[in-house]
Design a protein around this ligand. Structure first.
Ligand SMILES: [Zn+2]
Length: 233
């Protein structure tokens, strides 16, 4: 009898706690893909000025240049990891859905291992290059990561979709998305690529980037790393 009372009391406390502490606040995560050097030299200081956290998804292939752009080296990635979350963006940035099972395994497992060695911490999140994946990619990812990120797709408990900005995405649209997220109590993942004075299609100009950060700041939305925001921590 005493035991039943205790169990009922425990259930009652759980229910009260759930009502008293509603987990209904939206959060925003700022994600930066590909490990461009601008992330280290430009983005880092602009985030730091505002005390914003962020997640950098890098692919640790042993080159420091990609499509004519400079990428961060291992010590810069390590340096960022002291203040920000580092996620895997695979090993070589392929279309994962076009690879064999063993190649997918290599891309997901080796990048996690190598990046963990670089930063001295566990890598828990992965972003699929070009947002491409299939059922095999998802199944193998679940073995190594707590969360995966795609682009412009549906989200569930494991796979979270991000919105990737293009160089002509109006700043006002981004500000509106943030306001909508607050209103709808949704989480939002904004995905940036290179932040540069000469943006290509999927990049953002430094000017626009600063305006977006101002918008984020004035919205008062909670800014968390991708892992924290999506796992509800
Ligand atoms: Zn990428």
């Amino acid at each position: 009898m005493k035991r039943i009372v205790l169990i009922l009391l425990f259930v009652f406390i759980l229910v009260v706690a759930r009502v008293m502490i509603p987990n209904e606040e939206s959060c925003l995560s700022l994600a930066f893909d590909d490990g461009y050097e601008s992330h280290y030299f430009v983005v880092n200081s602009l985030l730091d000025e505002r005390n914003f956290s962020a997640t950098f998804f890098v692919f640790p292939e042993t080159v420091n240049e990609w499509n004519g752009r400079s990428l961060m080296n291992a010590s810069q990635i390590w340096d960022l990891s002291r203040d920000y979350e580092i996620g895997s963006h695979t090993m070589t940035h392929p279309y994962l859905n076009e690879l064999s099972d063993s190649e997918i395994e290599f891309e997901l497992a080796s990048s996690k291992k190598l990046l963990s060695e670089i930063i001295g911490k566990e890598i828990e999140v992965v972003a699929f290059p070009y947002g491409r994946y299939d059922e095999r990619v998802l199944n193998i990812s679940r073995k190594y990561y707590l969360l995966a990120r795609s682009l412009f797709s549906e989200s569930d408990d494991f796979l979270i979709s991000g919105f990737a900005l293009e160089n002509d995405t109006p700043v006002e649209d981004v500000c509106e998305m943030i306001d909508d997220a607050i209103l709808e109590k949704d989480n939002l993942v904004l995905v940036f690529h290179d932040v540069t004075e000469m943006p290509s299609q999927w990049d953002t100009s430094v000017e626009d980037f600063e305006k977006i950060l101002d918008c984020v700041e004035s919205s008062k939305i909670k800014i968390k790393t991708f892992g924290e925001c999506s796992l509800g921590n």
